[in-house]
Design a protein around this ligand. Structure first.
Ligand code: AMP
Ligand code: GLY
Length: 423
């Protein structure tokens, strides 16, 4: 089987690495890939949102299965275009991808399916949104409706902050069209976790739980990033909570979409906020999490390609997921300055050394090959991942590998996995 992975970050390195291990796979391509992916796949210089370019490549190279990493091509309709061309593709249809592409769509589906989520109101008018915020007079979260590269969500502790968020999104148009409508919702407290599943549109098969670390600095300080580290499993998701989420969130979601004739084959990812053992849904994503995929796939013992093929062929009901019981941890190493502006093209040292640390592996995210030298090419640069007999051991092993790697300005959080240790 020839497989094409779309994307070029840490998540896609994990996908390419895992795909290459499948006995069914003869060749992996990745578009556009990165310097680390090049060890597991042939990288082709096609951008992840160049749907026609990707389709042409898949046709010319007789690709048997395309796996879409990021959300953008999904919301642009890559699945519909590939299916119309008779190509097998893993990812929801354009209509279903609105679950991530439109916060209002997601909230309405949640309401219809009876999924627990923060109370909300949607607005297309800034004045009305501001009046509503003033009438509430309490902490709220203001969210641009459309995709805003993870930057369109403003958790606001004060009314003034919330009014300012409306101004930035709807009046100053900081996110363009994505901010022409917004959601204002109640501010939820608790601990976040990621719940990521395969679905074929009928059956939902969960992967192990995980937890991301969004803020840039230790102890969840500073601005949000794409994710500075993750571990799996997340002990905040107890077996009872796991059952509750399957029964009250994942299955009702897929059943509701199916009832509305909205086709969904792919990954469905619920962002949970958990307080006193009770989950609320913050968001849905329509693809694997980044960096959660790195520690999850590092644990996965099942053939990922078999699971994906089962989802695409609508036979997931016969599938189970088996995982190494040992916990895994991924520490993201980022460029100095990230999530603000940062330098690119800096040579990274110590990568080979890091990969000799037992039970550790370095997934590449923003890296490029510059005449044989591995250099930085993005904000999140590496996902240094390790397993251990205990979470403490896994944390230790990842930081051991991190300590071998360097480039000017490299930054990483020192507390990845601490919440699991505290439990
Ligand atoms: P989202 O993209 O909707 O998941 O939002 C990004 C981040 O904003 C989440 O991971 C949370 O940390 C925070 N967030 C979103 N919605 C809420 C909410 N209702 N209450 C508190 N924090 C939230
Ligand atoms: N790690 C958060 C995300 O993938 O959206």
């Amino acid at each position: 089987m020839k497989v094409l992975i779309v994307g070029g970050g840490g998540r896609e390195h994990a996908l390419a690495w895992k795909a290459a291990q499948s006995p069914q796979v003869t060749k992996v391509f990745c578009a556009p890939g990165n310097a680390g992916i090049a060890a597991d796949a042939e990288c082709v210089p096609i951008k992840a949102d160049d749907i026609d370019g990707l389709k042409e490549f898949a046709q010319k190279n007789a690709i048997d299965l395309t796996i879409v990493g990021p959300e953008l091509p999904l919301t642009l309709g890559i699945t519909d275009v590939f299916e119309d061309a008779g190509l097998k593709v893993f990812g929801p249809s354009k209509e279903a991808a609105q679950l991530e592409g439109s916060k209002i769509f997601a909230k309405n589906i949640m309401q219809e399916a009876g999924i627990p989520t923060a109370a909300f109101k949607a607005f297309t008018n800034a004045g009305e949104a501001k009046a509503y915020i003033q009438s509430l007079g309490k902490p709220v979260v203001v969210k641009a409706d459309g995709l805003a590269a993870g930057k369109g969500v403003f958790p606001c502790r004060t009314v003034d902050d919330a009014l300012d968020a409306v101004e930035r999104i709807m009046v100053k148009n900081e996110f363009g069209e994505a901010g022409s409508s917004i959601v204002v919702e109640d501010f939820l407290e608790g601990e976040e976790a990621s719940f990521i599943c395969f679905t074929d549109g009928t059956t939902v098969v969960p992967l192990p739980s995980s937890q991301d670390h969004k803020p840039i600095f230790d102890d969840d300080k500073g601005p949000n990033t794409g994710g500075m580290g993750a571990y799996s499993p997340a002990p905040v998701i107890t077996p009872e909570l796991h059952d509750t989420v399957m029964k009250t969130v994942m299955q009702p979601l897929i059943d509701t979409l199916a009832r509305k004739n909205i086709k969904y084959k792919g990954i469905v990812y619920a962002g949970l906020m958990i307080k006193d053992g009770v989950p609320n849904i913050l968001e849905f994503n329509v693809r694997f999490g980044d960096p959660e995929t790195q520690p999850i796939l590092y644990r996965l013992q099942s053939d990922m390609i078999e699971l994906i093929a089962a989802a695409v062929d609508e036979r997931l009901s016969d599938s189970t997921v088996s995982c190494d019981p040992q916990p895994t941890v991924c520490v993201v190493m980022a460029a100095g300055g990230y999530p603000g502006s940062y330098e690119k093209g800096l040579e990274i040292s110590g990568l080979e050394d890091a990969n000799t640390v037992p039970d550790a592996f370095v997934f590449h995210a923003g890296t490029a090959n510059d005449n044989g030298k591995i250099v930085t090419s993005g904000g999140r640069v590496l996902g240094v991942t390790a397993r251990g007999a205990t979470i403490a051991q896994a944390i230790d092993n990842s930081y051991k590998a991190v300590s071998k790697i360097n480039w000017p300005g490299a930054q990483f959080r020192k507390d990845i996995g601490k919440k699991a240790l505290n439990r």
